[in-house]
Design a protein around this ligand. Sequence first.
Ligand SMILES: NC(=O)c1ccc[n+]([C@@H]2O[C@H](COP(=O)([O-])OP(=O)(O)OC[C@H]3O[C@@H](n4cnc5c(N)ncnc54)[C@H](OP(=O)(O)O)[C@@H]3O)[C@@H](O)[C@H]2O)c1
Length: 319
Amino acid sequence: MIHALDALLDRTILPGYTRAGYHLRKICWAGEDPAPGALRGRTALVTGAGSGIGAAMATRLAALGAVTVLAVRDLGRGERTRHQIRTAVPGADIRLVRCDVAEPDSIDACADALSAEFRTLDILVHNAGVLPVERAENSRGHELTLATHVLGPLRLTDRLVPLLGGSGDARIVFVASGGMYAQPLPIQDPEYRRGEYHGATAYARSKRIQVAVTPLLDQRLADHGVSVHAMHPGWVRTPGLTASLPRFSSALRPALRTAGQGADTAVWLTATTPAPMSGHFWHDRHIRPEHYLPRTRYSEEHLLSIWQYCRGAAGMRAA
Ligand SMILES: NC(=O)c1ccc[n+]([C@@H]2O[C@H](COP(=O)([O-])OP(=O)(O)OC[C@H]3O[C@@H](n4cnc5c(N)ncnc54)[C@H](OP(=O)(O)O)[C@@H]3O)[C@@H](O)[C@H]2O)c1
């Protein structure tokens, strides 16, 4: 019965992604939370950890015992978040590193700083996200949502392979979005150069790429003992959602999830034992379909062509 309800929530999307969906599905997880101290001795990095879901994830990872690194582009904001986490989790070991995930030089500097500070990295959450109003590019000429959600995470992962490989059970999570269900892979135009630009479309296309490349990255990193997951947090009340989709956010306000509820599945993916099946798209601790519309399906050839494009544009060396 509960599984039929879960599937129904999945397909009706809106109720499933609200806090009502979270509470209903939570019934299935009773007693299955990661044990206290589950991440003691482990090191976690969360990008975009200065606010919203990223800050909530960092708080939970720290509460489970991980040394938690906040990767932020604004160190002042990061410092405030670090203070809040230390207040909520006394004794938490919270580090701060500057990382603009849309900028290759910043990513490389971040990876160098981490390599100097740590011997291993066990958890890497690609959470930083953006929904621009107008088309913008990073300093290398890549469209901003592609750079932020795909190219930056691929480059950061690539530069951190030596640290991740030292873990033995490293877990990477892409914070994707159910918004991707509306968009196919942008095979002909990955940089969104053609047609009128809509930030929400760019956002959904880049989130589609995140989910599509998850199994490829997972296969390529398996020999290093690294697993890769993608997840959707639900519709969550955060500064980002309020700023980028104000009408949607205010219409759904009472039904939106808290940041902690949005963070739940990503934290669970990193902390649960045995390790969850990798290479998949998760929501509320279950693997979910990657397509609801026939028009979003793609061939292996198209997937490999977008992978090769992104791999090259990200400047990946290892995987
Ligand atoms: N809220 C939702 O309903 C929802 C639904 C589906 C998916 N998501 C995903 O969840 C993730 C977190 O979003 P949120 O809702 O928590 O929004 P948020 O509060 O705006 O958090 C996004 C974070 O990403 C950071 N960021 C943006 N661009 C960055 C860059 N180039 N380098 C480093 N950090 C950068 C932001 O930092 P600044 O403060 O410096 O801007 C901010 O801290 C995103 O990937 C988003 O797409 C959210």
